[in-house]
Design a protein. Structure first.
Length: 489
């Protein structure tokens, strides 16, 4: 089954579960021995707490620190570091002045995100929410006719992450204020920002129906100015069926001139996506989750090369100019050298190398291995995790995340039946019964436990031991709560 670990998760699980003791610690150790990518786990700075919450914050990738040190040493050359042939990766890779255009990193991003033109993506120092807000504010531009017709709505998931909703409300407040300044409301009462958001409702478990998403957008198409969705939902691990959704909505989106944006916070480094096949105008991601960047590490922005930047002009700084032509005109502005296509047209300031290194280091390293191999290993780890949970705790758990691999990523979310407060489980895994190891997981309201086995640093043995400790914690807590109920019976 080791030959299927990087190529065929279906075959891997078929061969694994044929063994009578497939769930044993000994089998887990053998899987790690056979894993062709087992060496990558040694490249992460992991202490006594084994990470199973890399969907929120992963361990530091040691090559990132090495690259930062190289960058610090390059600054000894002072201004020379800005210019050609001084990049730590060699002269063919450019220099600090254009480190957000670092060729190997762009190639890796292209493989992961599925865009086709390098101008469509830049690495940024700005964080996820700042980038999302900036792009929403750029492309949400209703005119007076739109306000009169009510074509001013933004479609989002009802349970979208707080920050995404806050950005949407902020963008709407600014748009409403601007419209009011130009007397778009003709004496009518100004609309409330939140009333302009169409929120798609999930079911009782927090899962969104593909049909409901499609129907909601179809039914409200004439009112919609922008659709802003996550690819993978942070609270449940569900991956929306974007290919199906946008395939069936393609004509609706085109006919009604609807802007589409994606939040790829839980996609980048987790699963690949093919943006060129989707009617997406912009997308954002982050570097501190599945890319193991520092807390708050940025990633970058995608802007479709066909986006009409004359209609939606971006804020630009001197870095939106052709780098080879900007210095001769540095004392004045020359519109002819400014980029007008894709994400490169959104460049503003000098890109700070240290801020970009975490995402770039991770992406370039694992792109050399091959994201297909990484995702296949991820899927094998995830299915192994699911089966271990089912084997030991099937009667005690309710899985929230869809089991279909096409409708999830690596993060698995579940609830413990009958347990009111899961924080005690999180705490126990960190410190209780340390002979079983200490593990970082995390929880989200209402009582969701989130776990991720990461292809870059998680071992099968660690999954085995973590589930053993989790089983102990859940069993003990439920028994304790049962005793309390009986005592008050």
């Amino acid at each position: 089954m080791d030959q299927f670990l990087l190529t065929n998760p279906d075959k891997f699980m078929q061969e694994l579960t044929k063994q009578s003791e497939w769930f044993s610690l000994e089998t887990a150790k053998k899987l790690d021995e056979f894993d062709p990518l087992s060496y990558t786990s040694k490249m992460f700075n992991i202490g006594e707490l084994t990470p199973f919450a890399g969907h929120s914050l992963g361990p530091v990738f040691q090559p990132t620190l090495d690259k930062i040190q190289e960058t610090a040493e390059l600054q000894i050359k002072l201004h020379e570091g800005h210019f050609p042939n001084t990049h730590p990766d060699g002269k063919e890779n450019g220099h600090w002045f254009d480190c957000d255009r670092h060729k190997p990193s762009l190639e890796a991003a292209k493989k992961m995100l599925g865009f086709e033109d390098e101008r469509e993506f830049i690495f940024t120092a700005s964080g996820l929410s700042q980038n999302l807000g900036m792009l929403m504010d750029t492309f949400f531009r209703p005119g007076k006719k739109d306000w009169d017709a009510g074509k001013t709505k933004i479609v989002m998931l009802d349970t979208e992450f707080f920050s995404d909703q806050a950005e949407a409300v902020s963008v709407l407040k600014r748009a409403i204020q601007n419209a009011d300044a130009f007397e778009c409301f003709d004496g009518r009462e100004k609309p409330d920002a939140e009333s302009q958001i169409i929120k798609i409702k999930p079911d009782g478990k927090g899962i969104f129906s593909t049909e409901n998403i499609i129907n909601t957008i179809k039914d409200n198409a004439k009112q919609i100015q922008m659709i802003c969705l996550s690819d993978i939902v942070f609270s449940t691990g569900q991956r929306l069926e974007l290919n199906k959704i946008f395939s069936l909505l393609q004509d609706v989106i085109k006919e009604n001139h609807i802007i589409v944006g994606l939040d790829l916070a839980h996609t980048v480094g987790n699963r690949t996506i093919d943006l060129k096949s989707l009617p997406v105008t912009f997308a954002v991601g982050c570097g501190y989750k599945h890319l193991s960047g520092f807390a708050g590490s940025a990633f970058g922005i995608y802007v479709n090369k066909n986006a009409d930047l004359k209609k939606y002009p971006p804020l630009q700084g001197w870095k939106a100019a052709d780098s080879n032509r900007v210095f001769p005109t540095i004392n004045h502005y020359d519109a002819s050298i400014m980029e007008q296509t894709g994400a490169v047209a959104f460049r503003t300031s000098n890109p700070p190398p240290v801020a970009l290194i975490p995402a770039q280091s991770f992406l370039t390293y694992f792109n050399k291995i091959g994201f297909d191999k990484c995702i296949n290993k991820s899927e094998c780890l995830t299915r192994y995790l699911i089966e271990q949970l089912r084997h030991h705790l099937s009667d005690k758990l309710e899985f929230i995340t869809p089991e279909d691999p096409l409708q999830r990523g690596a993060m698995i979310v579940f609830q413990v039946k009958g347990l009111a407060d899961v924080k005690i489980i999180e705490d126990f895994l960190k410190v209780g019964q340390s002979n079983l190891g200490n593990y970082e997981i995390d929880v989200r309201p209402p009582n969701n436990i989130r776990l991720t086995a990461h292809y870059a640093y998680t071992k099968f043995e660690q999954i085995n031991r973590m589930v053993e400790k989790l089983t102990l914690a859940i069993t003990n807590v439920l028994q304790h709560e049962e005793k309390i109920k009986k005592s008050f019976g």
